[in-house]
Write a protein that binds this ligand. Structure first.
Ligand code: NAD
Length: 296
């Protein structure tokens, strides 16, 4: 068996094409040009690349995008005051704080992210939006797990009644992934670094989502025949510009029914969903009801 590739480029283009129509409607019917502001604190090189990619996607889709670069030594209070300025700017529709924050601010991460106005919080990481997701309300949902679920839906992969196993319990991927799959009536198991006999769980998965940050960690012997495997991992190969996923793609594709590649998988969908969330934020702010994602 060779797995069908879940092609992130294909699905992200479909999503962006759909969003371009909504951007056009927002401009022509509602006189709104969407604006996303990305705040970057410090000089993390990988973060700069991610931010530049987000900026480029905005420009390609004709939406306004600003990057606010702040000093790594900024205090929590100063950073929150910058966020409040953006909250109060009526021209700003979406605010994103690029993670990771510098070491000195990490203990305050939840407080800082929760300072973003929940209806401008396009990453969906504020306590209000995370809490809503936990309660089954999908307002502004973290882009990566939301994109994974949308890709499954577009590919016609049934989630209801399936056993989904998520490896990783971070606030930005694993936990929201758990809630999104549960809301779609999967039976969900969440595993993490302290899980004993991990392979016993992963081998039960009809849908296996891997978000741990360890290159090629999941191998063929950990995967059930016919499973759908979603690889969220982005791991830089030291000394190169190459990236690897958390799944050993070459061996796992022999047993899986579907698999996402890295690069070319979840990462591309994530950026498309960021644009989706920026438009969704506008709809929430201005009480506009327009379709954002076409059904395929
Ligand atoms: P994180 O470091 O915050 O969390 C990692 C999780 O993996 C933890 O919950 C930990 O318990 C678990 N884990 C670590 N080692 C494990 C092991 N040996 N067995 C089982 N569980 C283990 O990471 P994150 O922010 O959730 O990111 C995970 C990966 O996804 C990283 O490679 C990151 O770069 C990538 N990522 C990709 C996108 C994208 O757009 N594709 C977005 C966000 C994160």
């Amino acid at each position: 068996m060779t797995a069908e590739i879940l092609d992130g480029k294909f699905y992200s283009e479909k999503i962006k094409n759909s969003l371009m129509k909504s951007i056009d409607t927002l401009k022509t019917t509602y006189n709104v040009t969407p604006k996303l502001v990305v705040v970057i604190v410090g000089e993390d090189e990988a973060s700069k690349i991610y931010v530049a990619n987000k900026h480029k996607t905005c420009l390609n889709l004709n939406i306004d995008s600003d990057i606010v670069q702040l000093d790594a030594n900024i205090s929590k209070e100063e950073l929150i005051s910058e966020i409040e300025k953006l909250n109060n700017d009526p021209n700003v529709n979406g605010i994103l704080i690029q993670l990771p924050l510098p070491q000195n601010l990490r203990k305050d991460e939840i407080e800082i992210l929760s300072a973003i106005d929940p209806i401008k919080d396009v990453d969906g990481f504020s306590a209000i939006n995370i809490g809503k997701l936990e309660l089954g309300v999908e307002n502004l949902v973290p882009c990566t797990p939301y994109g994974c679920v949308k890709m499954l839906e577009y590919a016609g992969i049934e989630i209801e009644g399936k056993h989904a196993v998520v490896i990783g319990r971070s606030n930005i991927v694993g936990r929201p992934m758990y809630n999104l799959l549960l809301a779609r009536n999967a039976t969900v198991t969440i595993c993490h670094s302290k899980t004993k006999n991990l392979a016993e769980f992963t081998k039960q998965a009809d849908i296996l989502v891997v978000a741990i940050g360890k290159p090629n960690f999941v191998t063929k012997d950990m995967v059930k025949k016919g499973a759908v495997v979603i690889d969220v991992g982005i791991n830089r190969v030291p000394g190169t510009r190459k990236i690897n996923g958390d799944v050993d793609f070459e061996s796992v594709k022999e047993v899986a029914s579907h698999i996402t590649p890295v690069p070319g998988g979840v990462g591309l969908i994530t950026i498309a969903m960021l644009i989706h969330n920026t438009l969704k934020a506008i709809c929430l702010q201005k009480n506009i009801d327009i379709p954002l994602l076409q059904d395929y």
